[in-house]
Design a protein around this ligand. Structure first.
Ligand SMILES: Cc1ncc(COP(=O)(O)O)c(C=O)c1O
Length: 385
């Protein structure tokens, strides 16, 4: 199996020294993204202030992200982390006595639990849907989302085992019960096609440092326009104001659409990086990336099973995102040893995650899995436990 995107590999300097399989954590840095970071840095060195150019880049990046997920430009706000985005939403929901239940899942990234648990101090009631073997069946949403559910909060893809949920089906179920749907797409945006209109998603968030190939400091909020304007942010600031009140300390008028959720000056340098990163992804095409990663995921499973490794997570390719998790007791130690062998993977709790992107090849996976298997099962040339 050849990599159809092999000509892009030279854009990623890290690939000449390492096998990089950690897009679920930090994607590889591409030269155009690196140059964008330098451009911001150099503009400060050379011109002292680059405010106008930076604001233009914010708007251009908003537009690019809207294109990536099929949203309107005014439905996108730019913040700094997914945690900030979810907190912004959590603190401004209209909790009512009979509609105050928030549903999340045990496959959400832990920050999601931390944010909603913090809201219990106020009026929110929290229920957590529990997975079996890392999977949540649609019937569980049917059963657990009720008339008193204000918001159902789910990950598109599990950070732990790569399980991909069917957003369109879940949106149908939760809407029937009168709940809104918030999707954490941090493990899917950049390699799995998302169309917020077709999928009927109310609120979506993601950041740029994983499959979106940027750096930390940028997270996006998509919120349906009609919904955004019903909400009054409690985390606020001058970037979230309509233009007439931006410099008026006595009054506050929220900006139309999603911009009202912005607060202060964003991380311009990360936005410069995000713009180029999304540009590159759009150039290759998310549908193309997704098909290729599905093939790589199949190979990863095959290689892993041949080598006697234990795979955690989805067994069918339909709900496999591209990332594969191998159960390894001492995962963070193994991650460190693999790095010494020039293989970058990502450990979480008791698993090693292998998360390829379009720049990876079959040989990358073959090599990484062979080395991992040698470490686990012992090999005279390898470190053995
Ligand atoms: C699915 C998911 N959501 C949220 C986060 C946390 O994002 P942030 O650090 O931007 O709040 C992560 C992880 O790094 C993640 O994998």
């Amino acid at each position: 199996m050849n990599n159809p995107y092999s000509s892009y590999r030279s854009l990623f300097p890290i690939l000449s020294n390492y096998v990089h399989l950690a897009s679920c954590s930090q994607g590889a840095l591409a030269q155009p993204v690196s140059r964008a970071i330098e451009e911001y840095h150099n503009s400060l060195l050379e011109f002292g202030s680059n405010w106008d150019q930076s604001i233009m880049k914010v708007e251009a990046t908003r537009e690019k992200f809207a294109e990536l997920i099929g949203a309107e430009i005014d439905e996108i706000a730019i913040l700094t982390s997914v945690s900030d985005v979810i907190s912004t939403i959590a603190t401004c929901l209209p909790y009512e006595k009979n509609k105050n239940n928030i549903i999340l899942t045990d496959i959400d990234f832990p920050t999601v639990g931390h944010i909603w648990l913090a809201q219990k101090q106020d009026r929110a009631k929290i229920s957590i849907i529990r997975s079996s073997n890392g999977i949540i069946h649609l019937e569980q949403y049917e059963k657990e989302v009720k008339e008193n559910t204000l918001l159902t909060c789910i990950p598109h893809v599990s950070y732990y085992n790569g399980y991909m949920q069917n957003l369109k089906e879940i949106a149908n179920i939760v809407h029937k019960k009168g709940s809104m749907l918030l999707v954490d797409a941090y493990q899917s945006a950049g390699h799995i096609p998302i169309n917020v209109k077709e999928m009927n998603i109310d609120i979506l968030t993601t950041g740029t440092r994983k499959y979106m190939l940027g750096i930390p400091g940028v997270a996006f909020l998509y919120i349906k326009k009609e919904l955004a304007e019903q909400l009054k942010p409690r985390l606020s600031g001058w970037f979230g104001q309509a233009s007439e009140t931006k410099f008026d300390v006595f009054n506050s008028v929220f900006a139309p659409g999603s911009r009202r959720f912005e607060t202060g000056t964003p991380s311009f340098i990360s936005i410069y990086a995000a713009y180029q990163a999304i540009n590159l992804l759009l150039k290759i095409g998310i549908h193309n990336i997704h098909s290729y990663l599905k093939e790589l995921a199949e190979l990863t499973r095959e290689f892993g099973l041949q080598k006697g490794l234990q795979i955690i997570g989805p067994q069918s390719s339909e709900c496999n995102s591209g990332m594969t998790s191998f159960y390894i007791g001492n995962a963070s130690k193994i991650e460190g040893i693999l790095r010494e062998k020039k293989i970058i993977v990502s450990a979480r709790k008791d698993v090693i995650r292998m998360a390829p992107h379009f720049y990876n090849t079959k040989d990358d996976l073959d090599y990484a899995i062979t080395e991992l298997s040698n470490l686990i099962h012992g090999n005279p040339d390898s470190f053995s436990f």
